[in-house]
Design a protein around this ligand. Structure first.
Ligand code: MN
Length: 251
């Protein structure tokens, strides 16, 4: 019998620094071999995330400026730019047109435009992008400022329409799918409309339900299994698919 090596689990969007013990969360993920993109919400949080991630094999830190924080933190954009050369990964960035954040939407657009332009200038960046209630605007801006050759975009917790998803895929975007996106028929339908070779998994911990203990790899297992069920794959086949997609994204 051939001893089959299982592909590692992937969490392409997780806020490890928002868990009670950040360092423990990072080392646990590493020990368990879960590829984890540790996104940050402000550039001030980046150095510590980078320091911890750099000691690991499986955790990577991403440099973010969260759209929901732009109202109070847009003055940190120069700091974000200062750190950009030290990070291949960027996130969480993007736009949020939800009711609570709509007031800062113009500022968000100004910040996101600079983020995209800086990434295009630098080249070879991989971005985890938030697009709540404004998929069209986010895609318009990416199309205008970050061509597929200049950087890679992963749309995190995408809730646009199937036709917006198709447009994003045509633009070269990837999608990180979490459990919440597998819970309703409508959301599952969207996931099913995505090209299989563009799908990754994420937890968005600690913001999603069901992540009772962020320190165990089992937190990714329900997402991987839910995705496998939606795509009519075995769990191992789903893991292989996600790993292959991750390799393609990072190549
Ligand atoms: Mn997030």
């Amino acid at each position: 019998m051939i001893d089959r090596k299982t592909s590692p689990l992937v969490d392409f969007h997780c806020h490890l620094d928002l868990y009670p013990d950040h360092a423990a969360a990072v080392s646990q993920r590493d020990r368990e071999g879960v590829f984890t993109l540790a996104v940050t919400t402000t550039p001030k949080a980046f150095p510590r995330n980078k320091e911890l991630a750099d000691r690991t094999k499986h955790v990577r830190a991403a440099l973010g400026l969260h759209p929901q924080l732009v109202a109070e933190r847009s003055h940190e954009l120069p700091l974000w730019k200062e750190y950009l050369p030290s990070s291949r990964y960027v996130g969480e960035v993007g736009l949020d047109a939800g009711r609570r954040f709509y007031r800062s939407f113009d500022d968000q657009k100004a910040v996101f435009a600079e983020v995209l332009t800086s990434c295009a200038d630098a080249g070879n960046k991989v971005l985890s992008v938030h697009s709540v209630r404004c998929a069209k605007v986010v895609l318009d801006m990416i199309e205008a400022k970050l061509s597929p050759g200049a950087g890679r975009v992963v749309l995190h917790w995408f809730t646009g329409t199937p036709s917006e998803a198709r447009r994003a895929a045509e633009m070269g975007c990837y999608f990180s799918v979490n459990l919440a996106m597998l819970k309703t028929d409508k959301a599952r339908k969207l996931v099913l409309s995505l090209p299989r070779d563009r799908i990754l998994t994420e937890t968005d911990g600690p913001f999603t339900d069901g992540a009772t203990n962020p320190l165990r790899p089992s937190d990714l297992t329900p997402t991987r299994d839910g995705l496998a069920a939606a795509l009519a794959l075995d769990p191992d086949e789903a893991s292989d698919l996600i790993s292959a997609n991750l390799r393609a994204l990072l190549n």
